[in-house]
Design a protein around this ligand. Structure first.
Ligand SMILES: [Cu+2]
Ligand SMILES: [Zn+2]
Length: 298
């Protein structure tokens, strides 16, 4: 819409300038300053030298032409419109200088306004480009969705443990890589799972809900037939209470639109005991001693 308005305004200004400077140059009009009979008289009435007529005429006709050419070469429009606005402002000043009635400034005021609108109205051009990025790209979205996203769960103590650590999750081209580093554990095995809610607010971390299980499967082991998507395995802590765990899977994603895969907004839970990968519904891993919400980093 804006684009069409601007083109129409460019044409209106240009035609008017050609009309005034070619067809009516030697004729009186109701808009001429001081009731001058033609262009030269008008300039003299303004107290301007007569050679100034040629300069102003040349500038106005040139800028009018640039406005027309600007329909096809967009970069010309802004300078032409600014130049035209300055000349129209000058014309109004001249009418004021000789104390003309306001009506005589009307055409110049209209062209000044149109020129400023042409120069400063935001065109759809840039808007279209901006919204294209947001609304159009189902293809790049599916690529970007699985590309180089990073999420982190900062594990904090639950059930009065001294557990802390981080679980880093990286989505690279459709594969999510998990790296967990946990301290403050008792030596030995500790279950690590994704639980369904990103809510670690309760003291025993039960606010995080049960195992994340969007496929409605039985609890188990990654390498078995049945497992929750939130089943990860066991971290084995050394004698210092430090343990790590690494895995990767294409069954998860970070911040993608597939709710069966998206791990964002869930939580990671560390248990006091080991996951036996058999007991239902959660591997008999005991109380929850660490919890952290999975949050997008970038
Ligand atoms: Cu768990
Ligand atoms: Zn499970």
């Amino acid at each position: 819409m804006v684009e069409y308005f601007k083109i129409a305004a460019q044409i209106v200004i240009a035609i008017s300038i050609y009309n005034v400077w070619f067809l009516r140059f030697n004729k009186p009009t109701i808009f001429r300053g001081k009731g001058a009979a033609n262009m030269k008289e008008e300039f003299i009435a303004y107290g301007l030298p007569s050679w100034f007529v040629g300069i102003i005429g040349f500038l106005k006709v040139s800028l009018a032409t640039l406005l027309i050419v600007g329909i096809f070469i967009n970069s010309l429009v802004y300078p032409a419109a600014i130049g035209m606005a300055i000349l129209m402002f000058g014309a109004i000043l001249m009418h004021i200088k000789v104390k003309d009635e306001l009506l005589k400034s009307l055409p110049a005021a209209i062209f000044l306004t149109l020129s400023l609108l042409i120069a400063f109205l935001k065109t759809n051009d840039s808007e279209v480009i901006e919204t294209k990025d947001l609304t159009e790209p189902p293809i790049s979205a599916t690529i970007n969705e699985n590309y180089n996203k990073v999420a982190i769960a900062t594990i904090e103590s639950a059930s009065e443990s001294s557990v802390n650590g981080t679980v880093e999750l990286k989505d690279s081209n459709g594969t999510v890589y998990l790296t967990a580093s946990i301290s403050g554990l008792n030596p030995g095995g500790h279950a690590i799972h994704i639980h369904e809610f990103g809510d670690c607010s309760s003291e025993d971390a039960k606010s995080a809900g049960g195992h994340w299980n969007p496929t409605n499967a039985d609890h188990g082991h990654w390498e078995h037939k049945n497992f929750h998507l939130g089943d990860i395995g066991n971290i084995v802590a050394d004698s210092n209470g430090y343990g790590t765990y690494e895995m990767n899977t294409k069954l998860w994603c970070i911040d993608c639109s597939d709710s069966l895969k998206n791990i964002l907004g869930k939580s990671i839970i560390i248990h006091d005991g080991e996951d036996d990968f058999i007991s239902q519904p959660s591997g008999a891993a005991g109380k929850r001693i660490g919890c952290g919400e999975i949050i997008l980093v970038n």
